[in-house]
Design a protein around this ligand. Structure first.
Ligand code: PRP
Ligand code: URA
Length: 209
């Protein structure tokens, strides 16, 4: 069974409150999502392996540590995942970015893939799938399936707000993928929106409603 990590850092929780607020406009919403993505990236990279190296300080030789291990790939789910990319790249600037385009059919709530452009070496990378919302879990589960079909072996999922239903689906379909979120909410409403959630993340990020 995959693990679920809820980031309860005070700065993350503070910013999530303003992201949820319906009175927060597009500019502030976008900036806050970017900031929370950076803070979450700091937490999610906690287990990155290190290796020792020797450098010269201006004073003396020094044994010190640098990142080792596989390279990182960020996979935003279009559209709303785009809002988290720059924030993560601030901490992991060398990460490659692949895109998966999925939308939820408004009637069936099932994800429909319309775009995929990925780094050629995804099988060698630690991939972080990013999307602000994990609602039914259909989009995230489909994106992870699509990545595995193309060779991905190491995957994490990072979301801002999750519904219990979405966590359950991803854990059922992808027990090897750990899930990192800033909040787990109560439930879904009849339209598949997270309650209380933050509304439509894509529309709020891009001002399309
Ligand atoms: C939203 C959100 C997720 C998906 C979550 O995208 O960004 O991708 O819904 O819902 P699920 O867990 O029930 O699949 P949406 O389909 O609204 O597309 P958009 O990002 O282009 O607005
Ligand atoms: N997609 C969103 O953008 N918000 C939700 O609450 C559910 C799915």
């Amino acid at each position: 069974m995959s693990r679920v990590y809820v980031f309860d850092h005070p700065l993350i929780q503070h910013k999530i409150t303003f992201i949820r607020d319906k009175n927060t406009g597009t500019k502030d919403f976008r900036e806050l999502v970017d900031e929370v993505a950076t803070l979450m990236a700091y937490e999610i990279t906690r287990d990155m392996p290190l290796e020792e190296t020797v450098i010269e300080t201006p004073v003396a030789p020094c044994r010190s540590r640098v990142l080792a291990g596989k390279k990182v790939g960020l996979i935003p789910i279009l559209r709303a995942g785009l809002g988290m990319v720059e924030g993560i790249l601030k901490l992991i600037p060398a990460a490659k970015v692949g895109h998966i385009g999925l939308y939820r059919d408004p009637h069936t709530l099932k994800p429909v893939e319309y775009f995929a452009k990925l780094p050629t070496d995804i099988q060698e990378r630690d991939l972080i799938v990013i999307d602000p919302m994990l609602a039914t879990g259909g989009s995230a589960a489909a994106a992870i399936t699509a990545l595995k079909q193309r060779g991905a072996k190491s995957l994490k999922l990072m979301c801002l707000v999750a519904a219990p239903e979405g966590i359950e689906l991803v854990q059922k379909e992808h027990p090897d993928v750990d899930i990192f979120v800033a909040a787990v909410d109560d439930c879904l409403n009849d339209h598949g929106y997270i309650v209380p959630g933050l509304g439509d993340a894509g529309d709020r990020l891009f001002g399309t409603k």
